[in-house]
Design a protein around this ligand. Structure first.
Ligand SMILES: NC(=O)c1ccc[n+]([C@@H]2O[C@H](COP(=O)([O-])OP(=O)(O)OC[C@H]3O[C@@H](n4cnc5c(N)ncnc54)[C@H](OP(=O)(O)O)[C@@H]3O)[C@@H](O)[C@H]2O)c1
Length: 289
């Protein structure tokens, strides 16, 4: 079997939101595998800077294209630009997204809800819609960036979580439609990945260090993930190593979806104390976490 690098060398990817964070991590891994990558986002300076850094890696070529994914005409222009420049499109990573300020649903403004839908969900739909005709020609694939919050609940994220649940359903539907054309469509559900999204949440928190500690505790691996760890999952899904995988929502989360209460029960220092207190005391201790 050919290595992933042998297969992907010279192939072409678009990564929306590729100027920072997870998108940057995906672009980096793709470029190291020899792919040519167009990264797209709104901030021109940050995008050009990211492309220049990524071009120093010495793999494929990276180009920045300014694009707001909430505008379907700009997403079409992004896809047209890529195909004109490289003559093909093999991988579409719909990754651009954000998490708005947290409010209970009843306090969330209508505008905030509509905006997060327009970027996270509709933006990914536009990316699928305009990439598909080109992906049918190359038998390429789509990777939609979802979130573990599409599968586990978190308070005050009604807008964000709705978009990620929608992305999972959209991924499954388009996977079925495109199977007959040889195009695979998958989603990745990251847990806590150490990017601007997480750092912004930290800043908003009254106790940033406690927030960071909680993020690390959420993962059974005891740490937040790195953007490149999502990138390697994306490269795998894009390659023929995943040739029989379509419509999946792949967790890249350090196992955080399994919950933290059993973890605290097993490893928390107070566990010994709880045992001393007997069964009733232990139950009380768990509830306090
Ligand atoms: N980090 C995590 O823990 C985590 C967990 C689960 C899911 N995710 C998902 O992973 C994806 C990337 O997040 P990240 O953590 O890497 O965050 P990030 O570092 O803040 O990156 C977000 C990227 O999206 C771009 N973007 C935002 N709105 C855009 C728009 N309207 N049009 C074009 N580009 C836009 C941003 O660039 P500009 O501002 O320059 O446009 C930036 O490049 C998101 O879909 C997020 O929901 C992240």
């Amino acid at each position: 079997m050919r290595s992933i690098e042998e297969e992907m060398k010279g192939k072409v990817a678009i990564v929306t939101g590729g100027n920072t964070g997870i998108g940057y991590g995906c672009a980096k891994v793709f470029l190291e595998a020899g792919m040519n990558v167009v990264i797209a986002a709104r901030r021109e300076e940050k995008g050009q800077q990211a492309a220049a850094e990524l071009n120093k890696l010495g793999g494929g070529e990276c180009t920045f294209f300014k694009c707001d994914v909430s505008d379907h005409e700009q997403v079409k222009a992004l896809v047209d630009f890529t195909v004109e420049k490289y003559g093909r499109l093999d991988t579409m990573v719909n990754n651009a997204g954000y998490n708005p300020l947290h409010f209970d649903a009843c306090d969330m403004s209508i505008e905030s809800y509509q905006q997060v839908l327009a970027t996270n969900l509709m933006g990914e739909f536009y990316g699928c819609k305009y990439a598909i005709p080109h992906l049918r020609k190359t038998k390429g694939s789509i990777i939609n960036m979802s979130s573990i919050l599409s599968k586990v609940g978190q308070e005050q994220t009604a807008g964000y979580s709705s978009t990620k649940g929608g992305i999972n359903s959209m991924t499954q539907t388009i996977a079925i439609e495109e199977a007959r054309h040889g195009v695979r469509v998958n989603a990745i559900c990251p847990g806590h990945i150490m990017t601007e999204i997480v750092y912004k949440e930290m800043e908003r928190n009254a106790d940033p260090q406690a927030y960071l500690d909680r993020c690390n505790h959420y993962s059974w691996l005891g740490r937040g993930g790195q953007p490149e760890e999502v990138g390697t999952a994306a490269l795998f899904l894009a390659s023929s190593w995943a040739s029989y995988i379509t419509g999946v929502t792949l967790n890249v989360s350090g196992g955080m979806e399994f919950g933290t209460i059993p973890k605290y029960y097993a490893f928390d220092e107070s566990n010994e104390k709880m045992k001393e207190m007997g069964e009733a005391g232990a139950a009380e201790g768990i509830c306090q976490q």
